[in-house]
Write a protein that binds this ligand. Structure first.
Ligand code: SF4
Length: 111
């Protein structure tokens, strides 16, 4: 097993996606330990928008530490607007060997 060592706080979690088949989405992890080289579109976007500086930083996932807290505030706000909510567009929410990430993904699904 691997432990998450990087944590970030966000001001919001649920957002309307511009992806054509999507509605709303949640991304509670930044980065992805799989580190696919084909290349990964999520990595390219994270780099372009300054969320990560390098491939090495990308493959060390950062967990949004206030994800559940934000959902408690945002679910009542968005519940009448949401048709579907993707978990998640920018990484693997059940990342291999990262139980902390899988566990929080399950908690999010429960909510
Ligand atoms: S987000 Fe998807 S494509 Fe990108 S590194 Fe992770 S598994 Fe690979």
């Amino acid at each position: 097993m691997k432990k998450v060592t990087n944590f970030i706080r966000r001001k919001s979690l649920i957002y309307k996606t511009a992806v054509e088949y999507g509605d709303y989405t949640i991304n509670h992890v930044q980065g992805c330990s799989h580190g696919c080289r084909y290349p990964c579109y999520a990595f390219l976007m994270a780099k372009r928008f300054g969320k990560v500086k390098s491939y090495e930083q990308w493959v060390e996932p950062s967990l949004v530490e206030n994800a559940l807290e934000l959902l408690d505030k945002e679910i009542p706000k968005f519940k009448d607007k949401i048709n579907s909510l993707h978990l998640c567009f920018t990484t693997d929410p059940f990342m291999y060997k990262y139980d902390e990430i899988s566990n929080i993904s399950i908690e999010i699904i429960k909510k």
